[in-house]
Design a binder for this molecule. Structure first.
Ligand code: AMP
Ligand code: ZN
Length: 455
């Protein structure tokens, strides 16, 4: 069964054929660690994770690199504005590496709660400054750079196919709205190295052949991806907004420096998480983090389930009502599965249906239908082993027994109710049971005492 993926570069669904048989080199644009990663960001990492698990399900060995941007990402993707890390450090009165560590560790904890498999390497931008300088020197040697007062820029007009990923119409861009491009020669040129105005003005700056300064954000991904995956590799992923600028620029500088076309064979882009029809973004406050959803009583895996119900390329409109529905479905699923006995067989029919769905450009909602079909079919055998296989991709802990951690408040109410029952104060006992129910828990009376379950 062949795996097919939609490739942004060719705008076609293609059979996936890696450069080296059985192996996949995959690079994903990761977090800029100046603030919390919100559930919008996390949808993208869930999509990455599902893609990686699907590749592994198809027996590929995946080397996965994700960058951590801890320098150089300016408030505008088009090389203007402040460095997001420096701005956060000033605001929080901390140094930039403290900021980076704090937000990365918080992100990692949410990452694990969502059952996301960590990349082979988390690649930090500030740990690869020399690789980035070398890449600029290579571009300089080949004659693709020029210097202005504030930096070294890539001359996009020297490339015939600049903008091919996004299919940019360069004549239209040139003729379009007048914008101040400073000393840049073309609107689409971008910074490779930014020279600091005054030495010591920034917390993070490094010596370079062009003066003290810091690398451009696009450069970081090219330098680190090819350091670990080679001059040409299989798969590059990221959010859809990266197509016209960030990924376009990564391609321009990498194909020029490394001399391989295409630099990356398959480009996969993920759709956004929306709220009330608009992209969830940090600049607008970011909606929720995973911890905030947990405080509202949601299991992080219910969010993962919600993300699986929509195709990765499509927008997903988030609301607490949608999450509530996903959460109910997820709990029902786990509940039904917990009652199935393992007959040691493996159901081939539904597993095949499942694999056909995931291999068709990750049709996860169809894959979920195969799972529901399996568990609802009373005549089916081999359910548990098939579920175990499916969960390698779904990552929903479908067979893990839930240890309900009951909040102290609920336990106290339950004890109070038990006391009322013993004292035969039935009305009071019923009221307490209702209260517990409204708070999301069910009390089940047993011969000896009671048990508490999540609703
Ligand atoms: P950042 O930390 O802003 O660099 O973003 C990290 C990743 O999250 C990038 O790959 C973005 O494309 C992605 N991202 C940002 N906002 C959203 C959103 N609303 N929905 C899905 N992905 C997003
Ligand atoms: Zn990137």
């Amino acid at each position: 069964m062949q795996l097919k993926l939609y490739n942004t570069l060719t705008r076609k669904k293609e059979v996936f054929r890696p450069i080296k048989k059985g192996h996949v080199g995959m690079y994903s644009c990761g977090p800029t660690v100046y603030w919390f990663q919100h559930i919008g960001n996390l949808r993208t990492y869930i999509s990455n994770d599902v893609l990686k698990r699907v590749l592994e399900f198809n027996n590929y060995k995946v080397k996965h690199i994700t960058n951590v941007t801890d320098v150089g990402h300016l408030t505008s993707d088009a090389d203007t504005g402040e460095d997001k890390m420096e701005r956060a450090a000033k605001k929080e009165k901390k140094n930039a590496s403290e900021i980076a560590q704090f937000y990365f560790q918080t992100f990692l904890s949410d990452f694990k709660k969502l059952n996301l498999i960590e990349p082979t390497i988390w690649s930090w931008a500030t740990k690869h400054i020399q690789e980035q300088i070398k890449l600029i020197q290579e571009l300089e040697k080949k004659g693709y750079t020029y210097q202005t007062k504030d930096g070294i820029y890539f001359d996009s007009s020297k490339l015939k196919d600049y903008g091919k990923l996004a299919r940019l119409d360069l004549t239209k861009i040139k003729a379009g709205k007048r914008i101040d491009i400073g000393e840049k020669k073309n609107k689409t040129d971008f910074a490779l190295w930014k020279i600091s105005d005054k030495s010591g003005q920034r917390q993070q700056e490094w010596k370079s052949p062009w003066g003290r300064g810091f690398p451009g954000w696009h450069l970081e991904c090219s330098a680190m991806a090819s350091k670990y995956l080679g001059k040409q590799f299989d798969l590059h992923t990221g959010g859809q907004e990266h197509i016209p600028i960030h990924h376009t620029n990564e391609i321009a500088q990498s194909e020029t420096a490394f001399g391989k076309k295409p630099w990356v064979k398959y480009w996969v882009h993920f759709g956004w998480l929306l709220s009330k029809g608009e992209k969830v973004s940090k600049s607008k406050g970011g909606l929720y983090t995973i911890s905030e959803l947990e405080k509202k009583g949601f299991n992080p895996l219910a969010f993962r389930y919600l993300c699986l119900t929509t195709h990765y390329k499509k927008p997903l409109n988030f609301s607490l009502e949608n999450l509530e529905k996903a959460s109910e479905a997820y709990n029902r699923l786990k509940n039904i599965i917990s009652k199935i006995k393992n007959d040691k067989k493996t159901n081939k029919k539904y597993l095949k249906e499942f694999q056909e769905a995931i291999n068709e450009d990750l049709e996860m909602s169809k894959a979920l239908q195969a799972l529901w079909g399996l568990i609802r079919n009373e005549k089916s055998e081999g359910k548990i082993n098939a579920i175990k296989e499916m969960d390698k991709v779904l990552g929903l802990d479908l067979l893990k027994k839930e240890k309900v951690s009951v909040p102290k408040e609920i336990k106290q109410l339950a004890d109070q109710r038990e006391k009322s029952r013993k004292e035969k104060k039935w009305k009071e006992a019923d009221e307490l049971r209702d209260k517990i129910y409204k708070l999301g828990y069910i009390l089940e009376d047993k011969n000896k005492g009671f048990i508490i379950k999540k609703r």
